[in-house]
Design a protein around this ligand. Structure first.
Ligand SMILES: O=C(O)CCC(=O)C(=O)O
Length: 291
């Protein structure tokens, strides 16, 4: 990344007790970067829980807590259903205590200013070397009922830049030329266009003369952003084959209507295929070689 196009996320942790300023920052910048707001031992327990499941299908070297990819997967040999396996990993008790528990609820109550409600369906991501997420807005996935939905992206453990964390495109919440044509776009109902851009993030940032904002994430940090904030993730470049573990969960005011796809004991997810539609349900395989 040329230095001019990479920048730091602005830390808004000190605004957590100032509801108006917090809301203004989210509105103005399209995101909130909040450091150390989660219970750190719980992050460690959630990480161990997920990594133990990946190790059980041969994807991690022992000790599994280090999260080092083994270079192979026995997932399809050992589990009857990819979707059922991924749902059970995504609903692990420690993970859910972290992602849907009291600390998260307190933070989101402050952000939303009302009793918050998280989606039951969540996107757990175990990214091996070479994995990245292309540029997109979350609008086409989550705004069927209304657009007052917020994504919470959370590293589950430290995720330094070399492991390919989330980035936010600075100022993208004011890109009216991209936002206006997106209004009404529902990715599950309109297959004539794609939610993810084909342009790579760096050339996009160069063309727009903007920066990709990210951080060396530490356990306990979160980023909250709205449906009109362009984002993606960098490629995992870790030489030691460490898996980048993170999740993203959507939150809204409990008083607002629900998009039923994402709630209940067996949520269908965006397309209705349940947890089986997620990239996370696929066995881990390295996407490319750094050298
Ligand atoms: O973690 C990633 O790779 C992408 C996350 C994302 O797109 C999201 O949180 O909406």
């Amino acid at each position: 990344m040329p230095a001019g196009h990479l920048g730091p996320l602005r830390d808004s942790t000190e605004l957590l007790d100032e509801r108006e300023a917090l809301a203004r920052r989210l509105r103005d910048e399209g995101y909130l970067f909040l450091r150390g707001v989660l219970d750190l031992p719980l992050v460690d327990e959630a990480r161990s829980e997920v990594f133990a499941r990946l190790a059980s299908v041969g994807e991690l070297l022992e000790p599994a807590e280090l999260g080092v990819f083994s270079g192979r997967s026995l997932r399809d040999e050992r589990v009857a259903s990819r979707g059922a396996f991924w749902q059970s990993v995504s609903e692990g008790p420690m993970l859910r205590r972290l992602t849907h528990g009291e600390a998260m609820r307190r933070v989101m109550q402050r952000v939303i200013g009302e009793v918050p409600r998280p989606h039951d369906y969540m996107f757990l991501r175990a990214g091996v070397r070479g994995r990245a997420t292309g540029l997109h807005y979350d609008y086409p996935f989550f705004t069927r009922a209304h657009d007052q939905v917020f994504t919470v992206w959370m590293p589950i453990g430290d995720v330094p830049l070399e492991q390919g964390p989330l980035f936010i495109v600075e100022g993208s919440n004011r890109y009216d030329d991209l936002i206006a044509p997106m209004i009404g776009f529902d990715v599950a109902r309109d297959d004539s266009r794609k939610a993810t851009m084909s342009q790579d993030a760096l050339s996009f940032a160069q063309a727009r003369q903007t920066r990709l904002l990210s951080a060396d994430f530490r356990r306990g940090d979160i980023v909250v952003f709205g449906m009109y904030t362009l984002h993606g993730s960098f490629q995992n470049h870790c030489e030691h084959q460490r898996v980048r573990l993170s999740c993203d969960v959507r939150w809204q005011a409990a008083s607002l209507p629900l998009d039923e796809r994402y709630f209940g004991p067996s949520p269908g997810g965006t397309t209705g295929a349940g947890y089986g539609e997620l990239a996370g349900a696929k066995p881990l395989t390295e996407a490319w070689h750094v050298r």
